[in-house]
Design a protein around this ligand. Structure first.
Ligand code: NAP
Length: 343
């Protein structure tokens, strides 16, 4: 029996694939084009990996062919595909609708073609489903695995990040609603994985390009800041290592204690100055070549300037030690600097 993974060429999904294949799962990986499929198959070079092409998740029948052809062998589904972009001015068309329709589409295809055998459905949701940008910035507030943001479809369209956050809330709500409405016809149970900002290395060194996925690009930009630059956001970000996020997805496939849970994945806060401080401390080659910013503006070790994130339940349920923020940034920075021949 196989695990179906959507958005399989994505930053997080490739780590999920790597961990699944290491555990000898058979994986059916959905990507948008044959070119992306060829890239994945070449990099992983593993007979347990097969690819299917799902060109556009905004179409409500997007996953039908994939499930019609493979449904009988699929036992687990991980839905990781969703827009993560930093360049659109049409939030509804490019962020909200694909996120929500993609989720509806995959759930309905399972119902139509694989309801007999799919046992688990894992949705890659987000911390962004739990809080608005405004509430996040309020140190008097706190949120945990039970929280939902107050965004409406209309109120989330003020900025790209609001729209992304709304898209994650509305997509995740489709999952819980579907489970409720189809309680008698489907047999799969659900877990959502709700990561904070995810950083870390790409699975394959040859995936390192001058522009990385949206979150890793934040660090990539910081380690290429020209000397003297101090003009960057100091907003603290809750962060988590990509390998821990992937591990939570894989654990959710067969850990009965994770059924019906939302796993809030974060291991602390850092701002862009912290990224620079860690980069300079751990990679001396950067000294004299990259901005130092204002080291004392780093957030780590200071009182909490934003809402408290309480994920005690998640950590207890998962039972593994999350990787440190230093390791998370170092793993990413090391890979980029190696790619550039600097170390
Ligand atoms: P990513 O590398 O950009 O991966 C996104 C995946 O979704 C890609 O495979 C992408 O395909 C696919 N996708 C996006 N829009 C699509 C569309 N309209 N039709 C078909 N496929 C589409 O980003 P990521 O960081 O790995 O994100 C993966 C998941 O984790 C997403 O659900 C995201 O919301 C969630 N998440 C990410 C973070 C983070 O900090 N990175 C934090 C919390 C949650 P293409 O490559 O072809 O565009």
């Amino acid at each position: 029996m196989s695990v179906f993974v959507s958005g399989a060429n994505g930053f997080i999904a490739q780590h999920i694939l790597a961990q699944l294949l290491a555990k000898d799962y058979n994986v059916i990986a959905a990507v948008r084009s044959q070119e992306k499929a060829d890239g994945l198959l070449k990099n992983f070079d593993n007979p347990n990996l097969q690819c299917v092409i799902v060109p556009d998740i905004t179409k409500l029948e997007a996953f039908d062919d994939a499930f019609k052809n493979n449904g009988s062998k699929i036992k687990y589904v991980i839905h990781a595909a969703s827009p993560v972009t930093d360049h659109t001015d049409n939030f509804e068309r490019d962020i909200l609708i694909p996120a929500v329709n993609g989720t509806k589409a995959i759930l309905n295809s399972i119902k139509k073609y694989a309801s007999e055998n799919v046992e688990r459905f894992i949705q890659t949701s987000s911390l962004a489903a739990l809080t608005t940008v405004q509430d996040y910035a309020n140190p008097k507030l706190s949120f945990n695995e039970k929280s939902w943001s107050t965004y409406t479809w209309e109120s989330c369209q003020g900025s790209m990040f609001d729209a992304y956050s709304g898209s994650k809330k509305f997509a995740e709500q489709e999952v819980w609603k579907f489970a409720e409405e189809n309680r008698d016809t489907i047999k799969f149970s659900i877990t959502t994985v709700n990561p904070a900002f995810v950083f870390g290395p790409q699975v394959f060194d040859n995936e390192v390009k001058s522009k990385l996925n949206v979150t890793c690009q934040i660090v990539n930009d910081m380690i290429h800041l020209p000397i003297g630059a101090t003009d960057f956001s100091l907003n603290p970000l809750y962060c988590v290592h990509v390998e821990d996020v992937a591990k939570a997805h894989v654990q959710a496939l067969d850990d009965p204690t994770l059924v019906g849970k939302r796993l809030l994945m974060s291991n602390g806060l850092a701002n862009r100055q912290d990224m620079l401080n860690i980069a300079h401390d751990d990679f001396p080659i950067l000294n004299g070549n990259v901005a130092v910013g204002t080291p004392s503006n780093g957030f780590i070790g200071k009182p909490l300037p934003v809402a408290t994130l309480d994920n005690t339940d998640t950590k207890q349920l998962l039972g593994f030690q999350f990787k440190s923020l230093n390791d998370m940034f170092d793993d990413l920075i090391r890979q980029v600097l190696k790619h550039e021949g600097k170390i």
